[in-house]
Write a protein that binds this ligand. Sequence first.
Ligand SMILES: [Fe+2]
Ligand SMILES: [Fe+2]
Length: 225
Amino acid sequence: MATAKCSWWYICGRRPAGLREGVNRGDTLGDALAECARLEQASILSFRQLANDLRAHGAPKKLVRRALRAARQEARHARTVASLARRRGARVTRAVVAETGSRSLEAIATENAVEGCVGETYGMLVAAWQGTHARDPQVRAAYASIAPDELEHAILARDVDTWARSKLGSSARGRVQRAKATALTRLAVRVHSRVPRELVEQGGMPNVEASVALYELMAPLPTRR
Ligand SMILES: [Fe+2]
Ligand SMILES: [Fe+2]
């Protein structure tokens, strides 16, 4: 399970197990983009880890290929968002991930449910929102290009969830489901966090009202079971 505490203005991205605490703090758009770039970079590691986990547990090759494709897409996102942050004078800190070793299918399914079915799915909605609402044209263009990839990642999370649950017993499936429900409850609280004005206006981040509306949109998306 990921242990990093997500920055309050960016409740998304697929965090790998063993990710160290975030260090790009601050209220400016540059600071927020630097933290986003770090989480995009962490997502590369998360998808590589997922591909290895899927292979180790005999998942269909297509799922493994999709996880590797997602890792390549996250590498592009990390470069794009880091470039936006640096143009605003922010320093981007690299994601640091501790070695986790091999994991049980239940651990993989739980992480996928929390980070993919909840975190990245909400992240996809936020990216799509930024891609249409950011006043800064560079930020708007960047997120308009990132959002379709994030939709693929949300769908991949749903498909990994379906495959993993088909292999787990009913007790384990129940625990995965409870972990997902807990992640949704936490997110329901976090979407009420106030977002600095610069991030809403220039960065296109959803304000509280829009965040709550995006959260409510998740019902028909991959988190529904
Ligand atoms: Fe991404
Ligand atoms: Fe992603």
